[in-house]
Design a protein around this ligand. Structure first.
Ligand SMILES: [Fe+2]
Length: 159
């Protein structure tokens, strides 16, 4: 075998081995078929009051006061979801985010080790200039590695 043949064979063999190793690793971590449509958009509950099992475990579930005073702190709890989502090495919640209207308020990232449940309490305050109509919308997002991005909202009165 001449030098050129050796190098070509080694390079092609290494690339093939690398691809097959990566494919095997991906299959080990993602053993479930994924519904790719869930990754094409932001997912929301379609019929409030009639949540599907997927919506029950993925739509962020927001608990907040119905009314708050501008500038005063209050807590907002966001869990994924109404039925808490599992956390494991093959299927987990990557993060939970909270926004006040269009303004990001905070984000918590999770590791897929199962030591934390996807449930977060944010302490926030709504500035007076954010509520020109006396109502603000709290927006919660979460991303599941197998079921995509999900959003829920809740309106609160700001006095
Ligand atoms: Fe999921």
């Amino acid at each position: 075998m001449n030098r050129r043949t050796f190098l070509t064979t080694t390079l092609v063999g290494s690339v093939a081995a690398g691809i097959s190793t990566a494919a095997l690793a991906a299959e080990r971590y993602f053993p479930v078929n994924v519904d790719e449509k869930l990754f094409e958009t932001i997912n929301r509950v379609k019929v409030p009051g009639k949540k599907t099992p997927l919506e029950m475990s993925h739509a962020p579930f927001i608990t907040a006061p119905k009314a708050v005073k501008a500038g005063e702190q209050f807590t907002v709890e966001v869990s994924v979801g109404e039925h808490i989502h599992p956390m494991g090495p093959a299927h987990w919640i990557e993060y939970i985010e909270l926004a006040i209207g269009n303004e990001p308020a905070g984000r918590v990232d999770f590791q897929p080790r199962g030591v934390m449940k996807p449930k977060v309490t944010f302490t926030i305050a709504v500035p007076k200039d954010m509520d020109p109509n006396g109502v603000v919308t709290l927006v919660a997002f979460q991303r599941c590695n197998l079921h995509g991005l999900w959003e829920s909202t809740i309106d609160i009165v700001v006095g």
